[in-house]
Design a protein. Structure first.
Length: 82
């Protein structure tokens, strides 16, 4: 993930704060859990989430990211296979 200005698309290369990812409420399967390291610190405006898993197969999942003081962002919808 990169932290970008919504208007210009410029990456905030000086951002070093925490970013948290979660399953967007109302997407995917009810009760699904996102596991792994869901909060990481960005380095030069880039946050790398690795080893994330979702415990239930299904479609229509969307992940959202958030950081204090910044607007959230979300992924395109995707499916998880068993």
């Amino acid at each position: 993930m990169t932290l970008q200005d919504a208007g210009s698309g410029i990456t905030y290369t000086d951002f070093k704060g925490p970013l948290t990812v979660q399953i967007k409420p109302g997407t995917g399967r009810v009760g699904a859990i996102l596991s792994g390291t869901v909060t990481v610190n960005a380095v030069s405006g880039i946050a790398i989430f690795s080893g994330l898993t979702i415990n239930q197969a299904g479609s229509g999942y969307v992940l959202t990211t958030s950081s204090p003081g910044y607007a959230s962002a979300e992924t395109n919808s995707f499916s998880v296979s068993a």
